[in-house]
Design a protein around this ligand. Structure first.
Ligand code: SAM
Length: 225
């Protein structure tokens, strides 16, 4: 994971709709049966620099927030961003997979995390740990870069993504898109059929799509009862 320096700007230049993602994700969870009640415990898995935490505190100051991330650098950046209100959050430097087996949340957010794990059992382990950490009926908002669909229009979609990045001021991109690849380097996007198989195996019902901007898609998942 890149150092937090410049992360917040880069991610907005790279991902269409990123500025709305945290707001939408929190609103979705706040409207869920288990997330709606006051004081619900909510996990922010891979909190990064804290975008979802800022939004969660604004929309649902009553939630008990658990912010986890394996990167100390990210956690420190998130704490600095939250300022005084960071003391209301439970922070833990860990992965979802290493979370205490007794943890039980009413809802969870995972924004741009699964995409970085290879589909060699790591994605399934991550999703299984998330399902295990939720109460039965608890919901997860999952947002990731997805694998491109096979479509004759796909090259136009890729070109539009590059155009979006350039128009947003992202530096270092050639006109032929030669530098686009490094921005997806280290990511392991999967298609929707594979995602459905993985989340079902992990203990969730079928994903409901709630967001899409080019290749970025968001899904609402519910842990089976
Ligand atoms: C691209 S950042 C996204 C941060 C934030 N959610 C956002 O939307 O800006 C991905 C974050 O996931 C964290 N991460 C990677 N693997 C993880 C895992 N197995 N469990 C929890 N967090 C993880 C990384 O350290 C990184 O901070």
């Amino acid at each position: 994971m890149a150092a937090p320096l410049g992360y917040d700007l880069t991610v907005q230049q790279l991902i269409p709709g990123y500025a709305s993602l945290a707001r939408l994700s929190v609103a979705l969870l706040a409207a869920s049966p288990l997330g709606a009640p006051s004081g619900a415990p909510v996990l922010v898995a891979g909190c990064g620099t804290g975008a979802e935490l800022v939004e969660a505190q604004a929309q649902r100051p009553d939630w008990h927030l658990w912010a986890i991330d394996p990167s100390n650098e990210m956690l420190q950046a998130a704490k600095a961003r939250l300022g005084d209100s960071s003391s209301a959050i439970h922070w833990q430097q860990t992965t979802v997979e290493a979370l205490d087996a007794d943890s039980r949340f009413c809802g969870a957010l995972s924004v741009l995390v699964l995409q970085s794990l290879p589909d060699d059992g790591s994605k399934l382990a991550f999703l299984t740990a998330l399902a295990r950490s939720l109460e039965p009926g608890g919901q997860l908002v999952l947002v990731d870069l997805m694998a491109p669909e096979r479509s004759p229009l796909q090259s136009q979609v890729q070109a539009a993504w590059l155009g979006f990045q350039k128009a947003s001021g992202l530096r270092g991109l050639d006109t032929d898109g030669a530098d686009l690849e490094p921005l997806t380097q280290g990511l392991h996007p999967i298609g929707e059929a594979r995602l459905t198989a993985l989340v079902n195996a992990a203990g969730f019902g079928d994903p409901a799509r709630v967001f899409q901007a080019l290749g970025y898609e968001g899904f609402l998942l519910q842990r089976r009862r």
